[in-house]
Design a protein around this ligand. Structure first.
Ligand SMILES: Nc1ncnc2c1ncn2[C@@H]1O[C@H](COP(=O)(O)OS(=O)(=O)O)[C@@H](OP(=O)(O)O)[C@H]1O
Length: 395
């Protein structure tokens, strides 16, 4: 009798223990679910706060080693997007564009509304900057149901053709056009189009200025330099300056090459931003990592030779920070139907073409070299900030 009683107590205790364990498990699942929900919601809110149009006012954002410091007078951070629509840029082309620029010519209006040689061109051109996040943006667009990206060399959706820059005249227009689908909107993401002085003219003549949309991403130029350098170290697709592959040697070599071409003897080329067109068309001779960071030169060339209404300029760091928000702007700009917040968030959850971080001591850029690089860029950075009204400080 007593054995039965003891067994009964034991089984009651076991049941109570089981009940308590189940209860705690249930409570833990509830807590985790609620926490995850808030975390997800918070991230969405930080991208789409208010009417989905402004940046959250929450201090410098750190992404990929870059801290953006907004230089506002109050020392606070701006609450606006850095994306700029060419149509809204307050710039007097007459004062800034050299004679002979297409947008200054008597035919500017017909270029602006012109259809071009063919209607089979891709509608969207993501033209750079190299290492500015162009692959990610192209992939994000390609996940839209009404857009079909193209792949090359067995890679899905890269969009790189280089047709209007280094391959121009080397492959036929037809073989270029055949790369793109006939029935869906598509795009080209060749990053050399930003640098090549003739690319705007070629695209305008071939594809027309009326419906062709151009997107430019601009990244902190030091981060861009390092990313580009590391791509060369790893890929070895391009010749590095020396076998040692030191970023310091590469930088000195780039400066020397560019200065030699420009007839400048100084370590830092003393130029004026208003003479930007003297730095144009050095693509063939002096294409180097340094040259590619002179954003003002290339952006001005595009604004002077392509209808600015069809140009969108994005800050790469902002896209890295809140890609869903930027994608929303891009869809609107190119005329694709809007997607739900969840889809935008899901599409942009992946980073494409992530580079390799500097892994040897000679790959790290010293603070002295960063300063040297920034002093080289300084007047051009100031000019681009002024042009785009970016309250930024790329230091
Ligand atoms: N969403 C998002 N968040 C953070 N970082 C991002 C994102 N998308 C692209 N990237 C970074 O952009 C760099 C690659 O740029 P590109 O694709 O334009 O390079 S390329 O010119 O086509 O080779 C590459 O930078 P590095 O990693 O510094 O090399 C990518 O990591």
């Amino acid at each position: 009798m007593s054995t039965v009683y003891v067994r009964d107590i034991n089984s009651r205790m076991a049941r109570r223990r089981l009940f308590l364990i189940t209860l705690s498990l249930f409570a833990a699942i509830m807590i985790i679910t609620t926490f995850t929900f808030y975390l997800h919601d918070d991230k969405l809110n930080s991208q789409f706060n208010d009417e989905g149009s402004s940046l959250k006012n929450e201090g410098p954002y750190k992404t990929h080693g870059t801290v953006l410091q907004y230089a506002t007078t109050k020392g606070h951070f701006t609450d606006e997007t850095l994306t700029r629509y060419g149509a809204n840029l307050k710039l007097n082309l007459r004062h800034r564009c050299p004679e002979g620029s297409l947008m200054m010519s008597a035919k500017a209006n017909s270029y602006r509304h012109g259809k071009g040689k063919t209607s089979k061109c891709p509608k969207v051109f993501i033209i750079g900057t190299k290492k500015g996040g162009t692959t990610s943006l192209y992939q994000y667009l390609s996940m839209h149901p009404d857009f079909r990206g193209i792949g090359t060399n067995n890679t899905k959706w890269v969009g790189e053709t280089f047709y209007f820059a280094q391959r121009y005249g080397k492959i036929s227009l037809n073989s270029y056009l055949n790369l793109f689908p006939k029935k869906k909107m598509s795009g080209d993401a060749s990053v050399d189009n930003l640098l090549h002085c003739k690319a705007p003219f070629r695209i305008l003549k071939t594809c027309g200025g009326r419906d062709t949309k151009v997107i430019i991403l601009l990244r902190h130029p030091v981060q861009r330099y390092v990313s580009n350098f590391m791509m060369r170290v790893v890929g070895r697709a391009y010749k590095l300056h020396s076998n040692s592959s030191s970023i310091h040697d590469q930088l000195l070599h780039d400066i020397k090459l560019l200065n030699k071409h420009l007839g400048a003897s100084d370590k830092v080329y003393p130029h004026r931003a208003s003479e930007w067109n003297k730095l144009l068309c050095l693509f063939e001779c002096c294409q180097n990592i340094l040259y590619e960071g002179l954003y003002y030169v290339f952006v001005m060339n595009w604004l002077c030779n392509f209808p600015k209404e069809n140009i969108l300029i994005i800050n790469s760091e902002e896209m890295f920070w809140r890609p869903a928000f930027i994608l929303k702007q891009v869809l609107d700009f190119v005329g694709l139907k809007p997607l739900s917040t969840d889809s935008l968030y899901e599409i942009t959850s992946h980073v494409y073409n992530k580079g390799v971080k500097p892994f040897l001591p000679q790959h790290h850029m010293s603070s002295d070299d960063q300063e040297l690089l920034l002093s080289y860029y300084s007047i051009f950075n100031d000019a681009i900030f002024d042009l785009l009204d970016w309250k930024l400080n790329w230091s």
